[in-house]
Design a protein around this ligand. Structure first.
Ligand code: HEM
Ligand code: HEM
Length: 214
């Protein structure tokens, strides 16, 4: 199965692929911190003795998503929302290409993956806002139900996201989870290696550590 390249502006079927740095360091640090905080916040949700940890990790999720919203505007090429958030036509075309057995290859996020990403970011913001309203007793007990439902909805999207990552890794013959660790992905014609922006990632990491230790 030969993937077809679709970078943000060009489509070059069968062009030779060489590895390029697609994910800058801030995107990778954001991703794995988000995954860690969400998972541990979810697992500690029902334990009263762990409430402080739950709340701290929940606030961290909110902070990480706010950072990602800013980085989606001023980050490197493949981190920008304008590079991967697309309309229904592009999503339908991508899904058709999957079914046809010639999956379109995107150097950055593919249009279907982008739907899950936008959903996860939006749900994370709603979920943590609901948690804050609940914790600070600004609203009634009914918020408990809302908070829990949002957490379960997000868990469902996360599970679909992980399944889709594993499936598209198989379809493209490319380990996408490793790419989220190393930043390197197959880049076709029109792709360009991105600067690592390690300093920004360090600032993000320091901000999270400072919050945890405060
Ligand atoms: C709680 C768990 C997780 C959450 C909330 C989550 C969330 C996200 C988000 C928001 C992005 C977009 C990254 C960005 O552009 O900033 C993303 C991308 C990605 N995630 Fe996750 N993720 C989770 C777990 C995982 C796991 C366990 C894996 C590995 C199997 C994984 C692999 C990836 C990959 C490979 C991408 C890039 C997809 C692409 O190539 O387009 N994620 N994830
Ligand atoms: C990733 C973020 C979060 C996830 C996945 C999450 C998930 C959950 C879940 C599933 C429950 C229901 C537990 C049960 O069955 O009783 C829960 C409860 C709770 N959460 Fe969160 N939460 C998050 C963020 C937050 C935040 C930011 C706060 C507060 C600032 C918060 C405060 C609470 C409180 C106070 C409860 C207990 C409600 C009760 O009395 O039963 N959560 N959370």
């Amino acid at each position: 199965m030969k993937p077809v390249e679709q970078s943000s502006h060009s489509s070059a079927a069968g062009a030779a692929a060489s590895p390029v740095r697609v994910w800058d360091v801030p995107v990778r640090v954001f991703h794995w911190l988000l995954a860690f905080c969400f998972a541990v916040a979810y697992l500690t949700a029902e334990l009263d003795d762990w409430r402080l940890l739950h709340v701290t990790l929940g606030y961290t999720v909110a902070g990480l998503v706010l950072f990602r919203l800013v980085w989606g505007i001023c980050g490197t090429r493949y981190a920008r929302f304008s590079n991967f958030v697309r309309g229904p036509q592009a999503i339908a075309n991508y899904l058709r290409s999957l079914l046809s057995g010639r999956p379109a290859h995107y150097t950055g996020h593919n249009p279907a993956g982008a739907v899950a990403i936008v959903l996860m970011l939006a749900l994370a913001l709603l979920l943590t806002t609901a948690g804050w309203l609940l914790y600070t007793e600004r609203v009634g007990e009914w918020m408990e139900e809302v908070h829990e439902t949002l957490a379960n909805l997000m868990l469902m999207v996360v599970l679909v996201h992980i399944a889709a990552v594993l499936l598209s890794s198989r379809l493209h013959g490319e380990n996408l989870a490793r790419a989220m660790l190393t930043g390197m992905k197959a880049g076709h014609e029109g792709a360009s290696s991105q600067p690592p922006r390690t300093f920004v990632a360090l600032l993000l990491l320091l901000a999270v550590l400072a919050f945890w230790l405060s």
